[in-house]
Design a protein around this ligand. Structure first.
Ligand code: GDP
Length: 356
């Protein structure tokens, strides 16, 4: 008899240590990888090819209902381009996760409208949308109502990029129905869910799929700093009044020079363990050399090498736009400004309509 890991759904095997599903015990509940993530917060080196993930999406049965999860804090960075094309006959419900990272004063309905507009701009047709926090188990009922309304006896597939909180969402659903917490494995490491997991729902199945890897997610380039960069609780924005010719460092990840514009307020939304440092632009290079291993950590040196060399981008940002650095957070500025952004080549930035 073969057993499946209840954390990630992979078949348990006892022969190949480096391969998926390995456990020293044939009848283990969890594979060794999930066991380590659960108990030691440590991920093993197992990686799947991106193509495998895309194959999973292609294999979603026609005319089913797809619950597509994105990270609202990193909407563009966690967006699967061409999802409509990949799953062309399916109806899509868009669910934004990690609402709890935004300040409490933000109206969730405003975020839902913003998500719908942004999805449309990016070419994604959705039937309905909702924003939730899987971690706080808030607004999960809204998603259940949406599924009940649109399911019509069909199977429901849960898709999304790695790390958007797909497993946490399914755990929140299971907790909602059964009161049991943390049945499947969640972690800050990308790509935890390896095979599909099925749960019965309204006489059909809710099927979890592995996350699609997005190479620009900052998580792929970090190990020891990942816990500092991943925001856990509501982000406290930091506000600065800034004149042109001043510069900011977001830890050692990015540098923003305020090249030209009037006195403006810059509001940074990022994990509070990534420090924001301010200096004069004329001194910014020197500042980096002096402080790169002290004040400008994270990332640590080995991670800096993986992130790649800095490249510069000249940007014109309007007062109704946000500058997003994928996976790190965003900055919103109350005036039209010219910026020079210095960013490692493996990180991505986006300019978007302001979320607030
Ligand atoms: P998956 O790869 O999409 O299955 O993502 P996981 O469920 O493993 O979650 C990835 C990371 O995001 C973990 O560190 C979770 O604790 C965190 N996470 C998941 N849901 C939420 C949420 O609603 N809010 C916050 N702040 N973090 C979340």
């Amino acid at each position: 008899m073969s057993y499946k890991c209840i954390g990630c759904g992979v078949e348990i095997q006892t022969t190949q240590k480096a391969a998926l599903g390995y456990s020293p015990k044939e009848d283990a509940e969890y594979c060794q990888r999930c066991f380590q993530i659960k108990h030691y917060n440590k991920a093993s080196e197992t990686e799947l090819e991106s193509q495998d993930y895309l194959d999973v999406l292609h294999n979603i049965e026609a005319s089913s209902l797809v619950v597509y999860i994105v990270d609202v804090f990193d909407f563009h960075g966690s967006f699967i381009h061409g999802l409509n094309r990949i799953t062309s006959t399916n109806d899509i419900l868009l669910v934004g996760n990690k609402l709890d990272l935004f300040p409490k004063s933000v109206n969730p309905n405003k975020i839902v409208h913003w998500m719908r507009r942004t999805a449309k701009e990016l070419g994604l047709k959705v039937l309905d949308a909702e924003v939730i926090s899987s971690l706080k188990q808030s607004r999960i009922e809204g998603v259940i109502e949406m599924i009940n309304e649109h399911q019509r006896g069909r199977n429901v597939y849960v898709v999304g990029c790695t790390n958007v909180g797909k497993s946490s969402f399914i755990n929140a659903l299971i907790a909602h129905y059964t009161g049991e917490e943390n049945v499947i494995t969640t972690s800050i490491f990308p790509g935890t869910t390896i095979s599909t997991i099925e749960i019965e729902m309204n006489d059909a199945y809710l099927i979890d799929t592995p996350g699609v890897i997005n190479q620009h997610q900052v998580a792929h380039y970090l190990d020891q700093s990942l816990k500092d960069v991943t925001p856990y609780k509501g982000i406290k924005p930091t506000v600065y009044q800034v004149e042109a010719k001043q510069s900011f460092y977001i830890g050692g990840f990015a540098r923003i020079d305020y090249a030209d514009g009037p006195l403006a307020s810059f509001v940074f939304y990022n994990a509070n363990r990534v420090p924001i440092r301010r200096t004069k632009t004329s001194y910014a290079d020197e500042y980096y050399k002096k402080n790169k291993n002290t004040l400008l950590v994270p990332p640590v040196e080995t991670e800096k090498q993986k992130l790649g060399a800095f490249t510069t981008h000249k940007l014109n940002i309007k007062s109704n736009q946000d500058l997003v650095i994928s996976g790190l957070g965003f900055v919103t500025i109350n005036k039209d400004v010219q910026l020079i952004l210095h960013l490692p080549e493996n990180l991505k930035y986006y300019i978007r309509e302001s979320i607030f």
